[in-house]
Design a protein around this ligand. Sequence first.
Ligand code: OGA
Ligand code: MN
Length: 216
Amino acid sequence: MTAEALFEQMDFREDPLLEKMISDISEYHYSIIDDFFSEEEIALFRTSLLSKYEEDRFKKSAIGDHFHEQIKAGIRGDFILWINEQEASAAEKRFFDRINHMVSYLNRTCFMGILQKEFHYALYPEGTFYKRHLDTFQNDDRRKLSMVCYLNDHDWKLENGGELRIFFEENGKESFTDICPMPGRVVIFESQLLEHEVRTVLASERLSITGWMKTR
Ligand code: OGA
Ligand code: MN
């Protein structure tokens, strides 16, 4: 056995953070991870988002895929900027390094078959929201996992609203859980299973990187 193959074998299922994520997803269809990125990385991503927003590069978000986009203010009010991995800045490279590690881990240990990914920055101004929805489109069901990484100010307060509300159905009864967008928090969920919404932002601006892991 080569050293590399041995290392690969030893490395198999050796990431406790990702193992926790995998077991949460298999049990609850979602996972909340507060230390996925370091504080330094979160600060880098936040600065990167804000500088691009100030350069006026964000666009009003739309409903539907890239080909069938429709702007509907009554459904979602965020502004977004897609991140191109090929043209990634140093901060964005740090982001994709972590994501690529996670994707190869999921593919290796859970045979997820993730072949593509897409991520965008998002900024929800005060008063905006995203109504209840599923992250899959009528003509495209490739999205398997949705991921949101919150980049809010370190003094973000519960009263600012903007919770991610995830809906469940348990024995025919509907329930939900509200997740506060604390800075540094990462939420991952099954795109095809969980309906969710972003509650109205009551104060400040709600910042994140949001994306999807897709099969072919
Ligand atoms: C989305 C979405 C959730 C969040 O962009 O599709 O549901 O918490 N985002 O920002
Ligand atoms: Mn969504």
